[in-house]
Design a protein around this ligand. Structure first.
Ligand SMILES: NC(=O)c1ccc[n+]([C@@H]2O[C@H](COP(=O)([O-])OP(=O)(O)OC[C@H]3O[C@@H](n4cnc5c(N)ncnc54)[C@H](OP(=O)(O)O)[C@@H]3O)[C@@H](O)[C@H]2O)c1
Length: 319
């Protein structure tokens, strides 16, 4: 067991959608976290012109870059050497490869703490969660951990939906809901007054750092954390306030959402998972009596407010 804070941290999937927020937060943490931070990535990412600024900024903050093949056990064993804490931020398409990564972690002499790639919807929220299609690979990873990972302790950081992405109105999936700043138009699922718990993408990084700083509270736990609870109508009001005008609003009923969700799965449409997740979120699958923010040392004032994220969307800042 780790008796002190993590010392040597390895991040896998660092330059991805949420990985870059988690990695930024870890390499920029004040006071510093860990004595050594390394990033395991592919040769393709390490040499990609689009990723150079990001990698350079992390190297300038003391992180080292290790290149290798995620599916090559020798490369992983080498990357694990001397590392006590592994943070996986791998994407949905490669989540199953974590089973081998966990096996190698369990066999290693060094790795003691592993964060599987979760950072999303609670895949064990209630009895219906086990049947939701988008949850299946993450559920398999958790099952493997329960059955086969004994020495290494795992922490799941369950953040619910990312507020930054939740705001986006996807042209080919409008009835799933979202907000379009250009046309000042929103599509709202349900009445708009149903509560939803969300986490901003920078806050996901903050929450992972907080978990790393509080091993006693977070090791071996499913941490249910979030930035805030709001409603689609409150988000609309914030957009209207910041843009100084009324927006056009369309509604999707929960029944309609379920119908379209089924159609998308039947047609093998890549947006099907999004519809399932939006349905889960609209039906209350992000709400808790109490979150775990406090046990990892975070108060509501530490988290980003809704206005900050809406402001980024109004300014056209990407994520
Ligand atoms: N809560 C939400 O609203 C929400 C939204 C999106 C995602 N998520 C969750 O966040 C986690 C990460 O998702 P993401 O969208 O950030 O992931 P992503 O950007 O698709 O991929 C993350 C990283 O995985 C690695 N990777 C992907 N495909 C690979 C391959 N074929 N071979 C080797 N490495 C590969 C890459 O690492 P390198 O950087 O090293 O190249 C990539 O940058 C997932 O668990 C996902 O379910 C949650």
């Amino acid at each position: 067991m780790i008796t002190q804070l993590p010392s040597k941290i390895l991040i896998i999937g660092a330059t991805g959608g949420i990985g870059k927020y988690i990695t930024n937060a870890i390499v920029s943490a004040e006071p510093r976290i860990g004595r050594q931070i390394s990033i395991f990535t592919s040769q393709a990412t390490a040499t990609s012109p689009a990723k150079q600024d990001l990698l350079f900024s992390w190297k300038s903050k003391g992180a080292s870059i290790i290149t290798g093949d995620l599916n090559n056990s020798d490369d992983i064993k080498k990357a694990y050497s001397g590392v006590d804490t592994v943070i996986s931020c791998l994407g949905r398409n490669v989540l199953a490869s974590q089973i081998e990564l966990l096996k190698l972690a369990e066999e290693s002499n060094d790795v003691q703490w592993f964060f599987p790639s979760e950072y999303g919807t609670d895949i064990e929220y209630d009895a219906s969660s086990k049947d939701e299609k988008p949850h299946q690979t993450k559920l398999r990873v958790r099952e493997f951990i329960r059955e086969h990972v004994k020495r290494v302790k795992c922490t799941y950081v369950v953040t619910g939906p990312y507020l930054d992405m939740y705001l986006t109105l996807i042209p080919t999936g409008e009835d799933a809901g979202g907000y379009d700043v250009k046309s000042k138009r929103a599509v709202i699922v349900g009445s708009g007054d149903e509560k939803v718990g969300l986490t901003t993408m920078p806050d996901v990084g903050k929450l992972v750092v907080a978990a790393l700083r509080h091993p006693d509270a977070s090791m071996g736990k499913v941490l249910k954390v979030q930035s805030l609870v709001t409603t689609p109508n409150a988000i609309l009001e914030e957009f209207e306030r910041q843009t100084g005008t009324k927006w056009t609003v369309d509604h999707t009923t929960n029944e309609k959402l379920r119908e379209v969700e089924k159609e998308k799965w039947d047609a093998n449409n890549p947006l099907a998972a999004l519809y399932t997740l939006r349905r889960i979120w609209a039906e209350g699958g992000t709400l808790y009596e109490k979150t775990d923010n406090e046990i990892i040392g975070l108060t509501p004032g530490d988290m980003e407010p809704l206005s900050a994220v809406v402001k980024r969307a109004v300014n056209g800042e990407g994520y």
